[in-house]
Write a protein that binds this ligand. Structure first.
Ligand code: DX5
Ligand code: ZN
Length: 239
C-alpha cells in the first residue's frame, strides 16, 4: 500500500519537525494552527510510557485528537518498552510513521519488529540513544524507512546536544544514501546546520520553538540556519 504520508514526509525534506512535548497541551488545536501558519509540514509526537523512559506523556487519545484537526503527517516517536503492543492502536489512531527504539527490543527481533510495523501500512523508523552503538542497527536498517539518531538521551526536552549524533548520521548516510535520517534533541540554530551537513533530512525541535513567544520567527531562524551553508532555498514562513 503506497503510504502517501511517507511520501509527504520525504517531499518535505529538509524539514523542521516540532516535537509535541513542550507545547501547550491545554490548547493543542491552536498550537497546531500556529505551527501550520509557520509552514510546518510534519509533526513529531513524543510518546513516553514512564517505563522505557522516566517520563510519561500521552497515548492514542492525543494522536486521535490531532488526527481530527490536521492532515499533516504524524511522525510518532515511541519511547515505550513494548512497541509492538501499541503499534496497531497507534496506527489506527492516525500515526503515519512509527519509530521504535532499538533499546526496547532484542537486537535479533528488531528486523521482525520493523516488518510487523510496516505491515500496518505505516512508515517505520528505528531510533537509538547517544550511548547505543550504531552496530545495533545493522540488521534492521535495511528494513526501515527512517533512522532516528538521538542527540540527547530519550525522555525529556531541553537537554544539551550530544555531537556523537553527527558521527552516526555521517556513518549511516554513507552506507544508506537514500534512507530518511532524523535527529532529535538539542536542535537549535547552532546545531541544525552541522546536522544538515552530516546528511540529516528531518530535524526535531522542541525547546528552540516552544520556549519562544513567536513560533514563526523561531522556525524561520532555524530554517535559515539549516540551509545557510548548503544554499538550499526555503520558503520564509509568513510571520
Ligand atoms: C526527547 C524527545 C525530543 C525532545 C526534543 O525524548 O524525543 O523530541 O522533545 O526537545 P528539545 O528540542 O528541547 O531537545
Ligand atoms: Zn522525539
Amino acid at each position: 500500500m503506497a503510504n502517501h504520508s511517507l511520501e509527504a514526509i520525504r517531499n518535505a525534506v529538509p524539514a523542521i519537525l516540532p516535537s509535541l512535548l513542550l507545547c501547550d497541551f491545554g490548547d493543542l488545536k491552536s498550537e497546531v494552527a500556529r505551527l501550520v501558519d509557520a509552514q510546518i509540514e510534519v509533526l513529531h509526537l513524543d510518546v513516553m510510557d514512564g517505563h522505557f523512559v522516566p517520563n510519561l506523556t500521552y497515548g492514542m487519545p492525543i494522536v486521535e485528537g490531532l488526527r481530527r484537526h490536521t492532515d499533516l503527517p504524524l511522525d510518532v516517536h515511541l519511547m515505550i518498552s513494548d512497541p509492538l503492543e501499541y503499534a496497531k492502536p497507534m496506527a489506527d489512531a492516525g500515526a503515519d510513521l512509527l519509530t521504535f527504539h532499538i533499546e526496547a527490543v532484542h537486537p535479533e527481533e528488531a528486523a521482525e519488529t520493523a516488518q510487523r510495523i510496516r505491515e500496518l501500512g505505516v512508515g517505520v523508523g528505528v531510533a537509538l540513544n547517544p550511548e547505543t552503538p550504531l552496530s545495533t542497527l545493522a540488521r534492521c536498517l535495511p528494513m526501515v524507512d527512517m533512522a532516528l539518531v538521538m542527540s540527547v538521551e530519550a525522555g525529556f526536552g531541553g537537554q544539551e546536544f550530544n555531537p556523537i549524533a553527527l558521527e552516526k548520521l555521517r556513518a549511516i548516510r554513507e552506507q544508506y544514501p537514500d534512507l530518511l535520517l532524523e535527529i532529535d534533541g538539542g536542535i537549535d540554530t547552532s546545531t541544525i546546520e552541522p546536522a544538515r551537513q552530516a546528511g540529516c533530512d528531518l530535524f526535531v525541535v522542541g525547546s528552540a520553538i516552544f520556549r519562544q513567544d513567536d513560533y514563526g520567527r523561531a522556525i524561520g531562524a532555524l530554517s535559515e540556519a539549516m540551509t545557510s551553508r548548503s544554499g538550499e532555498q526555503q520558503e520564509a514562513p509568513r510571520s
